[in-house]
Ligand binder design. Structure first.
Ligand SMILES: CC(C)(COP(=O)(O)OP(=O)(O)OC[C@H]1O[C@@H](n2cnc3c(N)ncnc32)[C@H](O)[C@@H]1OP(=O)(O)O)[C@@H](O)C(=O)NCCC(=O)NCCS
Length: 166
């Protein structure tokens, strides 16, 4: 059973610290259009996050903030988090998932993503916080875009229990 919970505004400071540690985008974390779930360990430390932003027409989802605590990586947790976000995005009616990733391409390829044109991504998701930030900062030109279709019946992942840190 998943212990992921929707992030609330009160989680933003801890979430900012967690995402900084794994070097992910911090823009729009408390915006109502950014959907993020987090998991905390028994001590209250955030050990995982996952989420997405939708395009204005809700047809496209930008998967973002998928992160596993460095001490818990490579145990299948990232896959479960990514599948969770994909299932939630499909549930919300999105037809296609997109994301930016320069470092973890092989991870996303295993989940059915293929490289995509970053300008297509930027057009489809122009109003999202991440695309606006990347366009303004010039980072867009250095990014690698990935995409895959979504099916409404994408199965939600099964979680065996809380994340174990090594
Ligand atoms: C990317 C990330 C979420 C993967 O989480 P994880 O728990 O290590 O992933 P999994 O254990 O589910 O790995 C699934 C497969 O992908 C592979 N994989 C994971 N990360 C990889 C990477 N960076 N490069 C290449 N392969 C990778 C694993 O080896 C595994 O392969 P296998 O099925 O052949 O054994 C995690 O490394 C992370 O939090 N990174 C920092 C944040 C980040 O970059 N997020 C992605 C951008 S949104």
């Amino acid at each position: 059973m998943s212990s992921l919970a929707p992030a609330s505004p009160g989680d933003t400071p801890d979430l900012t610290g967690f995402l900084s540690e794994v070097d992910l985008t911090l823009s729009g974390l408390d915006a109502p259009t950014v959907y993020i779930w987090i998991e905390r360990d028994a001590a209250g430390t955030i050990v995982a996050s996952t989420g997405f932003e939708l395009s204005d027409d809700r047809q496209h989802a930008l998967i973002r903030s998928v992160a596993v605590h460095p001490l818990a990586q490579r145990t299948g947790e990232g896959t479960r988090l990514a599948l969770f976000a994909l299932a939630k995005a499909a549930e919300s009616g999105a037809q296609r998932a997109w994301l930016f990733s320069r470092r973890s391409g092989p991870f996303w390829q295993k989940l059915g993503f293929a490289t995509a044109d970053r300008d297509d991504l930027a057009r489809a998701l122009a109003s999202t916080h991440q695309v606006r930030l990347f366009a303004e900062s010039g980072q867009l030109n250095r990014e690698i875009a990935w995409s895959r279709p979504l099916r409404a019946d994408l199965p939600a992942p099964i979680r065996d229990g809380p994340i174990a840190l090594h």
